[in-house]
Write a protein that binds this ligand. Structure first.
Ligand code: MOS
Length: 704
């Protein structure tokens, strides 16, 4: 019997990443880095028309080029079965639904040969007119059956029109957010290899178990014929939430060529093949009494999808739970255009929705002459407005108060346009943040090894968040040992079903299964000697998750920003940001802080910089690379401070974890836009707040 050293509690202590040295030394392998014998390289060829059909693929000429092994296209590619995601039915038909759609895959012995051949491949098209114009009055605008993931498309409580008519104060404004592009540091990549009828893929994704299910269905395979490995993943933001083109194409090509095949997308290809945040147009009406007590919230959100798949962003859902109101209307409209398919991007729904809601709240505060923090506190609901359900916990007011204290809000002069620093006008703004705190079924296994160590297996994904490290702390506590005695293995579909690293539900879901497995293991181990192959116990939380009570479960936060605006050049510089959050138990403060700063940085980027510009003539994004699509860089990002209030919530899951992946972005753009108003006295209702938009709303004084 080995002596187990009792350890201090690890959850809550700042811990550096377990794989940090592997990552900085290059020992950590990403999906496109596995050196397999006879590896061939697939390069994706994408459409150059906005809509139509492929007329011909000049494969013969290409097959004569050096090293070229195969050219897959709709005429010769293996047939696939619909996995419930039509974006994955690649090379199955001659139809071209949008610019940048997959029309061929060129496979060659070297990447250079594949690239040269892909560039030389001549594809001709029968072109049809495309429609990429996203407008609220588009004739094909329709009401989707539901919005993601399964929300009612419309919620109506009471008579908002009557309440608005009777109100002393009304804010009625339209806000827009542009197409924003997911572009994680590691482009989507897959290395696929078949051994007989068994397929192994090294794939960059947010959930190996989910990708495995897509592959099983696409290729009509049995569960034991597919293994998906995703040990290290360089970011995702939602764009790797489910299978994407590389895993399908590499698996197909590996079967056809009988060689391992690697397919990695280029940066440019990521602008049409991995999903992006839909543009939104949001009509927001708030009605209130003179004291700021809200009597009507009316939120109508328009967004786009592709003709391939209906993706209905839940933009207006945030208005159903955020503030107390007598009447409520939250609605969605959608139009299917000849555009790439939008998908999840960090806080889908809440991120764009909060820009409209939290900007309108600031406008209401201005109209009522009430401090915007005070106005939010006055409209704090006791139960969830839409459902009447109790909140499992709700610490928005605590976040606002703590943030106001730390930010120095109380010294703020509410009048806009009066603080100046040389050529800069200065202002401060605040906005609230929220995100659902959900938990999904997962499985995990815990093993007591004969040498006294423990191994935990869970199909979690660490997309750069520090999930592996956080899980190790949780497992160590559950086992009552030091983290050094536990090895947590993740990113392997062989470990069984588990939630993806998405919806901010990874940690909340995985830790439940891991903790259950560890606790049961301790019981088992106490009863017998550990055999040579160890003692392994598995846990599945499906029944427990299903049995959870009906409650409104959300994290909350308060975002603060100080900006400097030069109305003559149109420049907006964020000088400082502070985010105070309430997200239940914080497992690893070090990486949690990074997550929240990352979210706020992405919010800053959305507020001022990010915008994929659609060219109606070509049907393509003009700026489909990271030179033209500017993501906030170091010089754009000032001091960002993050804190959290203590929050114990045993109703979200036994560990009390609410998740922090998305919360940090929510409300950040509104806080900045509200600060820009405070600096200049002019509302900016369209993101990003570009210099031309600032200049246009500040006519130059006549200097003639
Ligand atoms: Mo996140 S957009 O739910 O992967």
């Amino acid at each position: 019997m080995t002596v187990i050293e009792k350890a201090e509690q690890q959850v809550g202590t700042s811990t550096t990443r377990i794989e940090a040295v592997d990552k900085v030394t290059g020992a950590a392998r990403y999906a496109g880095e596995y050196p397999l014998d006879e590896l061939a390289h697939g390069v994706v060829v994408t459409s150059t028309i906005g809509r139509g059909r492929v007329a011909s693929v000049g494969a013969d000429e290409i097959l004569a080029m050096p090293g070229v092994i195969a050219v897959l296209h709709h005429g010769n590619a293996p047939r696939l079965h619909d996995p419930g995601d039509a974006t994955l039915l690649l090379l199955q038909a001659d139809t071209v639904p949008h610019q940048g759609a997959v029309v061929a895959l060129v496979v060659a012995s070297s990447l250079e040969q594949a690239r040269a051949a892909a560039e030389a491949l001549v594809v001709t098209y029968d072109e049809e007119p495309h429609d990429v114009g996203f407008t609220a009055d588009h004739p094909k605008m329709y009401v989707p059956d539901h919005v993601n993931p399964a929300f009612d498309t419309e919620t109506v409580i009471g008579d908002v029109d009557a309440a608005t008519q009777a109100a002393e104060v009304v804010v009625d404004a339209t806000y827009t957010t542009p197409t924003q592009q997911n572009n994680a540091m590691e482009p989507h990549a897959t290395t696929a290899t078949w051994h007989g009828d068994h397929l192994t893929v090294f794939d960059s994704n947010q959930g190996a178990a989910s990708v495995k299910q897509s592959i099983v269905k696409l290729f009509g395979l049995d569960q034991d014929q597919v293994r998906v490995l995703s040990e290290h993943v360089g970011g995702g933001f939602g764009s790797k939430g489910t299978a994407r083109a590389p895993v399908v194409l590499a698996s197909m090509a590996a079967r056809t060529t009988e060689r391992p095949v690697r397919v990695a997308l280029s940066r440019q290809q990521m602008f049409s093949l991995v999903g992006y945040r839909t543009p939104t147009i949001q009509q927001m009406r708030l009605a209130a009494g003179r004291d700021g007590t809200i009597t009507a919230i009316d939120h109508l959100a328009y967004s786009q999808t592709s003709t391939v798949l209906e993706f209905a962003e839940q933009t207006a859902v945030i208005s159903r739970m955020m503030y107390a109101t007598e009447t409520l209307r939250s609605r969605h409209r959608l139009v299917a255009l000849d555009v790439p398919t939008p998908r999840w991007m960090r806080a889908p729904g809440e991120a764009p929705g909060s820009f409209a809601l939290e900007s309108a709240i600031d406008e209401l505060a201005e109209a009522c002459g009430v401090d915007p923090i005070e106005l939010r506190i006055r409209n704090e609901p006791t139960t969830e407005p839409e459902s009447g359900l109790a909140f499992s916990s709700r610490s928005l007011v605590a976040c606002l108060r703590e943030g106001a204290q730390r930010f120095g809000w109380h010294d703020r002069d509410p009048r806009p346009g009066i603080r100046q620093d040389g050529r800069w006008l200065l202002g401060t703004g605040v906005a609230a943040a929220t995100y659902p705190a959900r938990t999904a079924p997962s499985t995990a296994a815990a093993t007591a090894e004969p040498d006294g160590r423990f191994t935990v297996r869970v199909t979690a994904s660490d997309i750069g968040t520090g999930a592996r490290t956080a899980l190790t702390l949780v497992a160590a506590d559950a086992l009552g040992v030091a983290p050094g005695q536990v090895t947590v293995l993740i990113g392997d579909s062989e470990f069984g079903q588990a939630m993806i690293a998405g919806g901010s539900m990874g940690m909340s879901s995985w830790t439940w299964a891991v903790t259950d497995a560890c606790h049961e293991l301790l019981v088992e181990r106490a009863q017998r000697e550990i055999p040579a192959d160890g003692i392994t116990v598995t846990a599945d939380t499906a029944a427990k998750v299903k049995a959870m009570s009906r409650l409104s479960r959300h994290s909350f936060g308060a975002q603060f920003a100080e900006v400097a605006v030069d109305v003559r050049t149109g420049e907006v510089r964020v000088r400082r940001m502070l985010g105070i959050f309430a997200a239940g138990r914080i497992v690893n403060p070090l990486t949690a802080r990074s997550q929240l700063i990352g979210g706020m940085t992405m919010g800053l980027s959305a507020a001022l910089l990010e915008e994929a510009i659609m060219d109606s003539a070509s049907g393509d994004y003009v700026n489909h690379d990271l030179a033209g699509y500017h993501v906030a860089a170091h010089a754009d990002v000032p001091s960002i401070e993050v804190g959290w209030v203590d929050e114990v919530d045993h109703e979200v899951n036994p560990a009390g974890i609410k998740g922090i992946g998305e919360l940090g972005i929510v409300g950040a753009p509104a806080a900045i836009a509200n600060a820009v108003w405070h600096a200049t006295g002019v509302r900016q209702r369209d993101l990003p707040i570009r210099p031309d938009r600032v200049i246009d709303t500040h006519p130059r004084p006549n200097t003639a």
